[in-house]
Design a protein around this ligand. Structure first.
Ligand code: MN
Length: 382
């Protein structure tokens, strides 16, 4: 029996994690859950999965929830303190970091120091602090198991292989809803169009990030840290059907890939079953009907989000945090109908231009950099 704590249980990855647990009640047990505001859904999750601890955004939400679950023996905490309590709870074996944003960083660090394995879905953790997290995981002898579909595919393609034999990581990208668009066309796209991802069902923020290719940029940085390779060894391959979830090319030219239907439950479950596998009721690939698997290079001049990611990645230090935080800031404005699609890139570029690099930033400096980006962009008139 594996005991699981879920950071962010009401979002897309969180709810699908609970679906996996629901399918395997003899193998998995939920000990702690958290959410920011979705108290109704959290209450249902508490009644079904019976965690011993939950955490919510603030004291008001905590009091609201406590009143609703008076009949249940479950501790309710809140705020960053609550997230850290959840991350380090002694009853858990693994922490699923399904929360979106840099808010996931401190709890993840605490969980590693408490010896918990990490099923990593929070991209920001490695993007902003990979230089701290990877050595820390080694020091505390914990596993970082990727939940992102591409990184899970790479992880699976590395089974039994030596890392030094990797020639290239081939990170696949669907290209998003605007693949093939020109700058001119992108200048007119709407929020509703950007929110329609062709293959994957995901949360709003990551769906916008997929349409700008910022998501792929974050994934390039994630891959660099997870698999210990330099940026010139991570190549993005646009593959619109999302059937190949990513590949590894070895020094002898052999390429190993993981294929399957695009269903996030597969990488979520693999992070929990690794190195074993379990049944999963997901759509099977039918090669008789699978006619076209196509590939192309990403258009990095139009979709600057990807080009900028390689740039900030190669600079390193606090620059990936600037990229990530500026994007987060701009996407929130875009989702709020305050800015246009291409402005997202302008905000990222403006923040990069203003930033004075911090080499090898600490967790505190990473978080301070995020705050600096928000403050700077708030003052900036584009
Ligand atoms: Mn992905």
């Amino acid at each position: 029996m594996k005991n699981i704590a879920v950071l962010g249980s009401t979002g897309s990855i969180g709810t699908q994690t609970l679906e996996v647990v629901r399918e395997h009640p003899d193998d998995y047990n939920i000990v702690a859950l958290s959410c920011a505001n979705s108290i109704d859904l959290l209450e249902n999750q508490i009644r079904e999965f019976k965690p011993i601890l939950v955490s919510v955004k603030d004291e008001a939400k905590a009091n609201d929830l406590k009143a609703r679950i008076k009949d249940i023996d479950c501790k309710v905490s809140y705020g960053m303190e609550g997230l850290i309590e959840l991350a380090t709870i002694k009853e858990s074996d693994v922490l699923v970091t399904a929360i979106v944003g840099m808010i996931g960083l401190r709890p993840t660090v605490s969980a590693i120091k408490a010896g918990k394995d990490i099923a990593l879905a929070n991209k920001e953790t490695l993007v902003t602090a990979g230089h701290l997290i990877i050595p820390m995981a080694e020091e505390y002898n914990v596993s970082i198991l990727p939940v992102d579909s591409e990184h899970s595919a790479i992880f699976q393609s590395l089974n039994g292989e030596k890392r030094e034999n990797i020639e290239r990581i081939l990170l696949t990208a669907s290209g998003g809803p605007f693949r093939g668009y020109t700058k001119e066309m992108l200048s007119k796209v709407t929020k509703a169009q950007a929110l329609k991802h062709p293959n994957w069902a995901m949360g709003n923020k990551i769906t916008i990030d997929s349409s700008t290719l910022v998501n792929k940029g974050l994934e390039v940085m994630e891959a660099k840290w997870l698999f210990g390779v330099s940026y010139d060894k991570v190549k993005v391959v646009v593959h619109p059907q999302s059937i190949i979830h990513s590949m590894v090319e070895y020094r002898d030219g052999a390429i190993i890939a993981e294929l399957g239907s695009p269903d996030m439950k597969l990488p979520i479950q693999y992070a929990l079953t690794y190195p074993d596998r379990a049944d999963l009721d997901t759509k099977r690939l039918d090669f008789a009907t699978l006619k076209d698997l196509t590939f192309e290079d990403p258009d990095m001049d139009t979709f600057e989000g990807l080009k900028l990611a390689y740039e900030v990645g190669n600079i390193g230090g606090s620059m990936p945090t600037v990229y990530n935080a500026a994007n987060e800031y701009a996407v929130a404005k875009f989702l709020n109908d305050e800015i246009r699609f291409l402005d997202i890139y302008e905000y990222i570029k403006a923040a990069i231009k203003e930033h004075v690099l911090i080499d090898n930033p600490s967790v505190d400096e990473v978080i301070e950099t995020e705050r600096w980006v928000y403050e700077t962009l708030n003052k900036l008139k584009l």
